[in-house]
Design a protein around this ligand. Structure first.
Ligand SMILES: Cc1cc2nc3c(=O)[nH]c(=O)nc-3n(C[C@H](O)[C@H](O)[C@H](O)COP(=O)(O)OP(=O)(O)OC[C@H]3O[C@@H](n4cnc5c(N)ncnc54)[C@H](O)[C@@H]3O)c2cc1C
Length: 302
């Protein structure tokens, strides 16, 4: 689409952007066609200006963190993809609190917690997202999730204003949040309440969980993690395996042999290959088990 107005605005504001940026370079699936504009604001003020500019003029935009829960269309994305990676500052304060930007990698947040002898975030070690994406998804693993540690977050509303939401206002549930439900806020930072812990115990829990990931998950291939949400009272991977779909392949997309809950990119997969695998798997699982699998991975683009 014609992005000349937005380009002029970004030039005037001195905000960095790239045209026709391949999204395959910004997703853990290594899939995705070009974004009209890939924008990298250096501060939350710059980000708020872009948000209000785009909303006022109805220019479509998508926020992206580490792209680890995204499947981007082969045809690319209209408008702006805004990367929040520069919002990566963090500070320790209050009583065992860490506040950090939404562009901080979860792995770094976990390391900072460890360095400061703070426990509570070990579950997130190995989730390859940024803090904003983790809050949006209420990311979780190994019996814990973001909702157990976050106390508030700061975000930008549709008109570019700043707002602080406390935990009860974030509506965090299983892989969902108010941010995902309404899609009208951009998270800029988050505050986590942790507890004093013994660094050796924290470190060994992180190591243990990483080992479990490595042994069970196909981390050697590009993917977006668990493809489907966990259906109530069941596991997507188990159902998929029961339906004989391990190794099921279309083009370069395959149901992992190691963990049937993951669709992996075994070589030059397109988004269309992945979509077709997802649809075929959901259809067969429904036919054979009557369980409706819902994708956890989000689709964006043309
Ligand atoms: C190998 C692997 C293992 C994984 N393991 C787990 C796991 O154990 N548990 C788990 O929950 N997930 C897991 N995931 C999925 C993924 O890492 C998480 O969902 C993560 O929280 C996504 O963060 P992200 O920064 O990559 O978000 P992205 O994929 O970039 O974005 C996801 C969504 O969040 C929105 N978003 C991102 N940042 C913001 C922001 N600042 N403000 C508003 N909206 C925003 C985006 O618009 C998009 O809709 C795994 C993925 C992989 C590849």
């Amino acid at each position: 689409m014609d992005c000349s107005l937005l380009k002029e605005f970004l030039d005037n504001e001195g905000i960095v952007y790239h045209e026709n940026e391949p999204m395959s370079a910004h997703t853990t699936f290594k899939i995705g066609g070009p974004a009209d504009l890939f924008v990298q604001p250096a501060s939350e003020n710059a980000l708020s200006k872009i948000v209000s500019f785009c909303n006022e003029r109805e220019i479509p935009f998508h926020i992206i963190g580490n792209g680890s829960n995204l499947l981007v269309s082969d045809l690319g994305v209209d408008g702006a993809v805004i990367h929040v990676g520069a919002l990566s500052d963090y500070s320790v304060g209050g009583v065992n609190e860490i506040t950090c930007g939404s562009g901080l990698r979860l792995s770094l947040l976990c390391s900072y917690a460890l360095e400061n002898g703070l426990t509570g975030l070990e579950f997130a070690w190995g989730i390859p997202g940024f803090v904003g994406g983790a809050v949006y998804m209420n990311a979780g693993a190994y019996d814990s999730e973001i909702s157990n540690v976050i106390t508030e977050c700061r975000c930008i509303t549709a008109d570019g204003k700043f707002e602080t939401l406390t935990l009860d206002k974030m509506k965090l549930g299983y892989r969902t949040s108010i941010f995902k439900e309404k899609k009208n806020r951009v998270i800029t930072s988050a505050k986590f309440q942790l507890y004093p812990g013994d660094p050796e115990t924290i470190r060994s829990r992180m190591d243990e969980l990483m080992l479990r990931r490595k042994s069970k998950q196909p981390l050697e291939y590009p993917s977006a993690g668990s493809t489907f949400k966990r259906p109530t009272g069941n596991f997507a991977g188990t159902l998929i395996e029961m339906c004989g779909l391990k190794g099921f392949t279309i083009g370069g997309a395959q149901v992992s042999e190691k963990h049937a809950g993951f669709v992996i990119n075994v070589g030059n997969a397109t988004a269309s290959d992945v979509k077709r695998v997802i649809e075929a798997v959901a259809e067969k699982v429904f036919l054979e088990t009557s369980v409706k699998l819902e994708p956890e991975v989000e689709f964006i683009g043309r």
